[in-house]
Design a protein around this ligand. Structure first.
Ligand code: GTP
Length: 594
């Protein structure tokens, strides 16, 4: 069988999933009706946001114009900047990628970032301009942008399509047949398969998605995962159409799945090489580095802990880029401290917990990782991901924070706005290049400045015309402080956060004022204070609820009422406790500080 393995890559919303649906429909993998339901974006969060979160693999059989049948294995990848990791994994399982560019928007930051990932993997890139049916499409201009931004593609034809109507998609299928190489896989060699993705099923255990580079895979043989050095007998192997379809054998070059039956997901690491136990391959595939968490936050149950524990453990099994450790907060009780790829990933996890498991959670303010050198001369460096573990200021020699290298792609007329946004967020200008009317700005910027709201600010400032791509640069010294928040004289550990010293006065003021309206009131007034390095730098008093004395007391004399109020006020001295129920709004108050 002729095989072609490829990924579809693009900036967010440029039409990958729509093209994937059209290809499946044109190869009769699915029916028109199924396609209209956007089969691949099956998670509730994906449908709600209209974005792809997880890559998906599908096998199609294409009857080409040359009269032959071709097996197309394609992987639909996510476009959001947080999920670059998913794209990288997918590309290493293919020989080529369709680079889709929306003719109404042109080349954007993720177009460039994904193109670079594809080049790094060394695969063939097929540029395609999409949405040519749209009234605002600027097809020639987009094509010109592709030629200037990616000079390496100068000899490549650029196809023009509408993934929506299907116009031109047939040509894409033909170009895949003629321009993408068939995998150079040798069936006679020992099995060498890359685990490029995995999923957890409560009944079946870990299901590995594999690309066979050499050798065949038979359901009968014992298999070995080389990095984790674990052998097992597969419960089932097969292909994705897009649902799982069981097969007796997979051939070299194929993409498919293996139900491992293993219950411990640590054993089936993405990037590992799968081989045959009795006839192992000599060298493992290079694999790839595990996903780095960029943003950390506490996740606590609104209802009961066991339900959350069950849900989040299952979710982490399915999403290896979610890192989960148990944590206990004085204010919120037992919960988890989690690492995410970015703030969008955090939001997706929160929504998946709600949609798929019916669990509502409180998420504490997100935080980045700091490297703290204590001044005790030990030379040891602490890695602090949870602000509650940030050491006291008088024990610190130096703090380093993660810096990112970002590229902002913007139309020239918005250049000033975008530059001032980057400056406000402590960006340090590195470089600027022009591509027609598009300007690409490079900055280094603290991760803490871009991790939370930067992307949304950029989008609203430029009405969606500017885009962002990020990569880790280095750790650099930073003047940051820990802010502790006290409500009614008791420290609320889950509200502790780290911020730059320059911003702390302003942020602390804003925070306490916001908390005044979101902390549930008591019968006595409660001060809210922000404490930095032992000093209260901001304070407000939450007024008391006075319903007993002042409202119901019409049978009392005035002096009796006053006496009651005095007594209520004096209750605060029993004070210094934190049995206050904290709603999510309290934590959002920190999130929206700018
Ligand atoms: P992510 O997975 O989030 O990165 O998005 P995507 O690239 O998969 O984009 P998707 O296919 O979800 O399409 C985004 C929007 O563009 C949807 O509203 C589509 O209906 C629309 N769209 C896709 N292709 C075309 C097209 O050819 N013409 C027009 N007019 N609209 C299109």
């Amino acid at each position: 069988m002729n095989i072609r393995n490829f990924a579809i890559i693009a900036h967010i919303d440029h039409g990958k999933s729509t093209l994937a649906d059209r290809i499946m429909e044109m190869t009769a993998t699915i029916t028109k009706r199924q396609a209209s339901a956007q089969l691949l974006n099956s998670m509730a969060v994906e449908q709600a946001h209209g974005v792809t979160v997880k890559s998906r693999t599908v096998r199609n059989i294409y009857h080409a114009d040359d009269g032959q049948d071709y097996e197309f294995n394609f992987i639909d990848t996510p476009g959001h900047v947080d999920f670059n990791y998913e794209v990288e994994k997918s590309l290493s399982a293919t020989e080529g990628a369709i680079l889709l560019v929306d003719a109404t928007q042109g080349v954007q930051a993720q177009t460039v970032a994904n193109y670079r990932l594809a080049r790094k993997t060394g695969i063939v890139v097929l540029p395609v301009v999409n949405k040519v049916d749209s009234a605002s499409a600027e097809v020639d201009k987009t094509e010109h942008q592709i030629r200037t931004a990616f000079p390496e593609l100068k000899d490549s034809p650029i196809l023009r399509i509408s993934a929506k109507t299907g116009a031109g998609v047939h040509d894409v299928l033909e170009v895949i047949v003629h321009r993408l190489p068939a995998p150079t896989a040798d069936n006679s060699l020992p099995l060498k398969a890359l685990v490029f993705d995995s999923e957890y099923d409560a009944f079946q255990g870990v299901i590995a998605y594999v690309r066979l580079f050499d050798g065949g895979l038979s359901a009968q043989n014992s298999l070995t995962l080389m990095a984790s050095n674990r052998s097992f007998k597969a419960k089932e192997i097969g292909i994705l159409t897009p649902n799982r379809l069981s097969q007796k054998k997979l051939a070299a070059g194929d993409v498919g799945y293996v139900i491992t039956g293993l219950k411990d997901p640590q054993l089936v690491r993405v990037g590992d090489t799968l081989t045959e136990t009795g006839r192992p391959t000599e060298t493992a595939l290079p694999g790839y580095a595990p996903a780095q968490s960029m943003v950390f936050a506490g996740v606590y149950p609104q209802d009961d802990y066991p339900t959350l524990k069950d849900a989040i453990t299952k979710l982490a099994l399915n999403d290896p880029s979610l890192h989960v450790t148990a944590a206990v907060s004085d204010a919120l009780g037992p919960g988890f401290y989690c690492g995410f790829l970015g703030i969008f990933h955090l939001q997706i996890i929160k929504e998946r917990l709600h949609d798929e498991y019916g669990v509502d959670v409180i998420v504490t303010a997100p935080n980045v990782t700091y490297q703290v050198t204590p001044n005790n001369g030990s030379g040891a460096v602490l890695t602090v991901t949870n602000p509650q573990h940030f050491p006291d200021f008088n024990t610190i020699e130096q703090v380093e924070e993660p810096m990112m290298r970002i590229e902002l792609t913007t139309p020239a007329e918005l250049l000033n706005d975008v530059m001032s946004l980057a400056n406000q967020h402590k960006g340090v200008f590195v470089d600027m290049t022009n591509q027609d009317e598009l300007v690409v700005l490079t900055y280094t910027i603290p991760l803490s400045e871009i991790a939370y709201s930067f992307f949304n600010e950029l989008k609203s400032l430029t009405h969606g015309y500017a885009s962002l791509s990020t990569s880790f640069a280095n750790y650099a010294p930073a003047d940051v402080v820990r802010v502790d928040v006290q409500i009614n004289y008791a420290k609320v550990d889950a509200l502790t956060f780290i911020t730059h010293r320059n911003d702390v006065a302003d942020q602390a003021q804003k925070l306490v004022h916001k908390l005044k309206y979101v902390v549930p009131r008591r019968l006595y007034p409660m001060p809210v204070q922000a404490i930095v390095e032992g000093k209260a730098i901001a304070r407000v008093d939450i007024p008391p609820l006075r319903k007993n004395a002042a409202v119901n007391g019409n049978s009392y004399s005035v002096s009796k009422k006053q006496q009651l109020l005095r007594r209520q006020n004096s209750n605060k001295r029993e004070a210094a406790h934190s049995d206050i129920e904290l709603p999510q709004a309290v934590f959002n108050a920190i999130l929206t500080l700018e």
